[in-house]
Ligand binder design. Structure first.
Ligand SMILES: Nc1ncnc2c1ncn2[C@@H]1O[C@H](COP(=O)(O)OP(=O)(O)OP(=O)(O)O)[C@@H](O)[C@H]1O
Length: 249
């Protein structure tokens, strides 16, 4: 279902981080947020990134998404190294190959739900084909809401997910996507991400504090003090809780 692009990755590896180090500032005041993090993300897999506050989760997500520069190491998407790109190329690459869903929705309130969903594609000069638009809108239950403007938090996040999926990104990044939602709306949004992975081989990388959210993923990477301390496949809520308790020691 996902368009192939020149420079496609070898095999199913969509995104690779190799020995990523990130240090903020220099001298006495410097903070090393990532101390050599390596990870691979394969097509059609849903990865959750967890860890204590300050362990480097957001920094890692931002380095993967090219929203932050790395101090050393390599990050590739579809075989293209992000770390050597100019700012313009990076912006294009993000627009063409990545989708984003954040805690704060990032919708434009003066636009209708449909206008918001179509916005990213239009900015990229690519309007989605009608069938894919219909598939995404129906999967997210937004058909009746396309002309609406004030939407509830759960509906806004569904619009944000639809907008991110509409461009068929190689990787969809989600940063605490359910952080501002009640548990029912949160479960719905996670269910849609899961469906996108299972039905359309969407690759999802999500930062979360919530073991219930993490249990929707195929695996959890646990960060501690800027390194990957552990990994859990086929996570359940109880297993994630147990692993977090062990890590907090
Ligand atoms: N822009 C920045 N400048 C300086 N230090 C930073 C910056 N961003 C993050 N840090 C530091 O890097 C470390 C990792 O932060 P990061 O936000 O990635 O952790 P996190 O695991 O996402 O935390 P939280 O769960 O609280 O969001 C922390 O010590 C933080 O203070």
């Amino acid at each position: 279902m996902i368009e192939s692009t020149p420079g496609e990755p070898v095999g199913d590896r969509v995104m690779v981080a190799d020995d990523v180090v990130k240090t903020y500032g220099d001298g006495d005041g410097s903070v090393t947020a990532l101390r050599g993090v390596s990870a691979e993300f394969t097509r059609g897999r849903f990865t959750a990134i967890m860890g204590p506050s300050g362990s480097g989760k957001s920094t890692f997500l931002h380095c993967l998404a090219g929203l932050d520069t790395v101090t050393s190491g390599i990050v590739t998407i579809g075989g293209v190294d992000l770390t050597g790109l100019s700012r313009t190329r990076l912006t294009e690459l993000r627009r063409d190959r990545m989708g984003f869903v954040f805690q704060s929705f990032n919708l434009l309130p003066m636009l209708t739900a449909e206008e918001n969903i179509r916005l990213t594609g239009r900015l990229a000069g690519r309007d989605a084909d009608g069938r894919w638009f219909d598939t995404v809108v129906d999967a997210l239950g937004l058909r009746e809401r396309l002309d609406h403007r004030p939407l509830s938090g759960g509906q806004q996040q569904r619009v944000a997910v639809a907008r991110a999926l509409l461009t068929r990104p190689e990787v969809l990044f989600a940063d605490e996507p359910t952080g501002n939602l009640d548990s029912r709306s949160g479960a719905e949004v996670l269910g849609f991400l899961r469906t996108a992975v299972d039905s359309y081989r969407q690759t999802v990388i999500m930062v979360t504090h919530d073991p219930v959210a993490a249990a929707h993923a195929d695996r959890v990477l646990f960060l501690a003090d800027g390194t990957i301390a552990d990994e859990l496949a086929a996570p359940t809520v109880d297993a994630v809780h147990a692993r977090m308790r062990e890590m907090e020691g």
